[in-house]
Structure formats: structure tokens, C-alpha cells
Design a protein around this ligand. Structure first.
Ligand code: ATP
Length: 434
């Protein structure tokens, strides 16, 4: 099994990620996050928000609607340029993205392919209550435009001054020709983005661009991604999106396959200029100090929440040899990302005193963090189960606990155990999770 299969299998077995609508045979390109996956994904989004909004004074947050006035997509260029080249096999009628094929024949049956035609990725939907008069709208293909159409609202309702940014997290939809690679290419997915507005000065804006490249790369590393698994890839001039002045991807090394995880793009003034043209609203910024009026340049960082989740899982996954003939599967997730920060066990489930003390600890910790409970099977099995879930600490209440008022805390990565006073447990966990 390669890393993709290993992670997909663990994700299904332990409840991180399930195929969407599975009991009906699934729906290509859709995925459901299970109990552990929902926690992991939310922790990733919370860390993004913390570093991009909470800890900064030059960035504010926003949460725009998924369905927007269709004019937005005319202005942004999505209705004309948001497409991939599609080819179809004349024999088996399977469809492929021409730019992803290495040979000019069908990879499934070897048949002859049609000429590529541009296939638009926007997902259409219809709003309104009168049949025949329903309005065609779109599920947003990127979350970006919700920020730019609110540029003036943010300026007039907050105290931000250029340079400043607006961060957003939310769902996007693309009718991908070839969804696949587990969650890597989905038709419904989530993005976490920053749109950072700067003066329209090429040199200065390129410095900001470099700054954000470094920040974003540093964010993944700070949450435990191994440096050797990350790299920048520059887009060649002919690969640049219709609006971009410069673009770099942060790529993750999935066992030798480098895959895009996030893009850092210099969008020029494309979005504000186009929305000004199409809406007729003045989108310019007025600088109180210099008395200049201008359309700002935009530096964007655009990451996929699902891709980050997938690659954090791959990065954390290890089949570790514990001793001769025994391996354990462990997720070395950063404690801040781990679904559960700790698990609490009574050593024996049939000893009411142990269960009572353990329950008390569990109930108390739950007020501050996600904690798991397990009283099944033997302790060794419970440790293995928590290793697979990525739980950094296992807390066991044993017979000594009754006399000494302490518990055993076992570390996921080193498997070492130490005794911690029950009264100090919460502080201990908070300290180690940070
Ligand atoms: P790709 O070249 O892989 O199709 P893209 O360059 O079109 O991606 P962007 O439009 O720059 O992607 O979107 C920003 C981020 O959103 C990507 O880096 C990726 O993490 C995420 N993303 C884009 N499309 C998908 C998808 N179909 N499924 C999951 N995540 C996606």
C-alpha cells in the first residue's frame, strides 16, 4: 500500500473521512468528515484563524455567502476563463483533463481522443419559486470574490488602513473533470484564504508577496509538517491564471509525488478593477495621509482545508516497529491539531472506585478540551487505539491513584509514562498542548 491508500484506509476505519453518501453508492468528488475528521479539520481552521486574524492587527475576518449575484462571476472572469481542457475517448467515452495526460491516447483503453475543448468548472444552481422564471446562479468556484465585493464595506465599517488583509474560510465548488486522489481533488471542498490589499507599487507589492510566502510556509512547519516534505513551485508565465502577476504554490511531497497544497498569488488590481467596471461602484481607496486615490494591488494566499487535512494526516502517519514482531500505527499530529488532546482510562472497568475517579477527571477536563473515554479491553489495546487517533496523552487511573492522588500520563510519541498529580493535570495538559 502506498501512503494514499494507507491514510484513506485509516481515515475510513477510525472515522476521519468517509466517502460521501456511501450507502447510495457514493457521489464522485464528495467526502464526509467523521467524528475524528471533523475535529481535525476544525482545529486546522482554528489555527489558521488564530495566526491570520486573532494574532494580527492588520487582518480582519469575513464570512460571505456561497451563492452570489451571477454578475460577480462575469466580472471575475470565471464564466469565460475558469475552465480546464477536456478530451473524450472516442471508444470508451471516458473523459480526461488534457493537461494531465502524458500521452495522446486514452489511459483506460488506449482509444483515440477528441480534440480538447474548454470545460467550465462552475457549478450551476437555480433560485426562485416560479418555474421558468428561476434565476441561474452559481455555487462559488472560489471564496475570493466574497471578500473583494465587500472591500468598501470593510473599509467603512472598520479602522483598517492599507496595507491590510481580509481572511476567510469557506466552501467552494468545482465541477472537476477528474475528481480523485482521495480528497485531493473534490467537487465540494473548503478553502482558507487571505486577500491582502497593498499600494499599487510593483516593487513594494512583491516584497509583501515574499513576506506572505514565508509566513504561509512557516505556518505549516509550525504545526509539525516536516520541512523536507514542503517546497515552493513557481508558476511559469504560461501557467499563470488569467488575473495573476506572479504565483507560487506550496507543494507537499506525498512519497515522491509533489502536490499543490496552497497558492500564493499576486492578483494585481484585477478583482477591484473588474468589480468597479461591472458594478459601476467606485472601488478605489483614499489615502488620508497622502491624499491619493488608487485601486490597490492584491496579494492572495489560498489554501485548501481538505488538502491540508490530508497532508497533515500523511505527514503524521507512521507504522513504527515497537519491538520484534510488533508494530503500531501512530499519528504524530501536532497536539493542537489532534482531535482529542487526551484520553482517560480507569485501569479496570469493574472497579467502581477507579471508574469514579476517572469519570471525575474526564468530566473536569472536558470543560476545557476534547477528551476521549475508554474502558474496554486491556490498557495496551487502548493505547494503540489512541495512537491511531493521534491522541497525544493517555491518562490512567490505577490503584495507586487512590492513595497518592496522581495518575499515569503516557506520551504518544515517546510512549514514556510519568506520574502527575490530579490537581496539576489540567495545567500539565495545557502546557504540553501549547
Ligand atoms: P489545481 O491546479 O490542483 O486544480 P488550482 O491551482 O486550480 O488547483 P486554486 O484555484 O489556486 O487551485 O485554489 C486554491 C487552493 O484550493 C488549492 O491550492 C487547493 O488547496 C484548493 N483546491 C482547489 N481545487 C480543489 C479541489 N478540487 N479539491 C480540493 N481542494 C482544492
Amino acid at each position: 500500500m502506498d501512503i494514499w491508500e494507507k491514510v484513506a484506509s485509516l481515515a475510513k476505519r477510525r472515522g476521519f473521512i468517509f466517502p460521501g453518501s456511501e450507502i447510495y453508492g457514493g457521489l464522485a468528488g464528495t467526502w464526509d468528515y467523521g467524528p475524528l475528521g471533523a475535529e481535525l479539520k476544525r482545529n486546522i481552521k482554528n489555527e489558521f484563524w488564530r495566526s491570520m486574524v486573532q494574532e494580527r492587527s492588520d487582518v480582519v475576518g469575513l464570512d460571505a455567502a456561497i451563492i452570489m449575484n451571477p454578475k460577480v462571476w462575469e466580472a471575475s472572469g470565471h464564466l469565460t476563463s475558469f475552465s480546464d481542457p477536456l478530451v473524450e475517448c472516442k471508444k470508451c467515452h471516458h473523459r480526461f483533463r488534457a493537461d494531465q495526460l502524458t500521452e495522446k491516447k486514452c489511459p483506460d483503453c488506449g482509444g483515440e481522443l477528441t480534440e480538447p475543448k474548454q470545460f467550465n468548472l462552475m457549478v450551476e444552481t437555480y433560485l426562485g419559486v416560479i418555474e421558468g422564471e428561476k434565476q441561474k446562479t452559481y455555487l462559488r468556484g472560489e471564496i475570493t470574490q466574497g471578500v473583494h465585493v465587500n472591500f468598501k464595506n470593510v473599509l467603512s465599517s472598520t479602522r483598517v488602513k492599507i496595507p491590510f488583509g481580509v481572511a476567510q474560510i469557506g466552501k467552494a465548488f468545482r465541477n472537476e473533470i477528474t475528481p480523485g486522489g482521495f480528497t485531493f481533488r473534490s467537487r465540494e471542498f473548503e478553502q482558507m484564504e487571505l486577500q491582502y490589499y497593498v499600494r499599487p507599487d510593483l516593487k513594494q507589492s512583491m516584497e509583501t508577496f515574499e513576506y506572505w510566502k514565508k509566513e504561509r510556509m512557516g505556518w505549516y512547519v509550525s504545526l509539525g509538517m516536516k520541512k523536507e516534505n514542503l517546497r515552493f513551485k513557481e508558476h511559469a508565465k504560461d501557467e499563470l491564471a488569467h488575473y495573476a502577476k506572479a504565483a507560487f504554490d506550496i507543494e507537499y511531497n506525498a512519497e515522491g509525488e509533489w502536490k499543490e497544497m496552497e497558492g500564493i498569488h499576486h492578483r494585481g488590481d484585477w478583482d477591484v478593477r473588474r468589480h468597479q467596471e461591472f458594478s459601476g461602484e467606485d472601488m478605489s481607496y483614499f489615502d488620508e495621509e497622502t491624499k491619493e486615490k488608487f485601486l490597490p494591488y492584491i496579494i492572495e494566499t489560498s489554501g485548501g482545508v481538505d488538502r491540508a487535512t490530508l497532508f497533515f494526516l500523511m505527514n503524521a502517519y507512521e507504522e513504527e516497529k515497537v519491538k520484534e514482531g510488533e508494530t503500531r500505527t501512530v499519528l504524530h499530529l501536532h497536539p493542537r491539531l489532534a482531535p482529542y488532546k487526551a484520553a482517560v482510562f480507569p485501569l479496570l472497568a469493574n472497579k467502581p472506585d477507579l471508574v469514579k475517579t476517572a469519570k471525575k477527571i474526564y468530566d473536569d477536563l472536558k470543560k476545557d478540551m476534547m477528551v476521549a473515554w475508554d474502558d474496554r479491553g486491556n490498557i495496551g489495546k487502548r493505547y494503540r487505539a489512541q495512537d491511531e487517533a493521534g491522541t497525544p496523552f493517555c491518562i490512567t487511573v490505577d490503584f495507586e491513584s487512590q492513595e497518592q492522588d496522581d495518575v499515569t500520563v503516557r506520551d504518544r510519541d515517546t510512549m514514556r509514562q510519568e506520574r502527575v498529580k490530579i490537581g496539576e493535570l489540567k495545567a500539565y495538559l495545557k502546557e504540553h498542548v501549547r
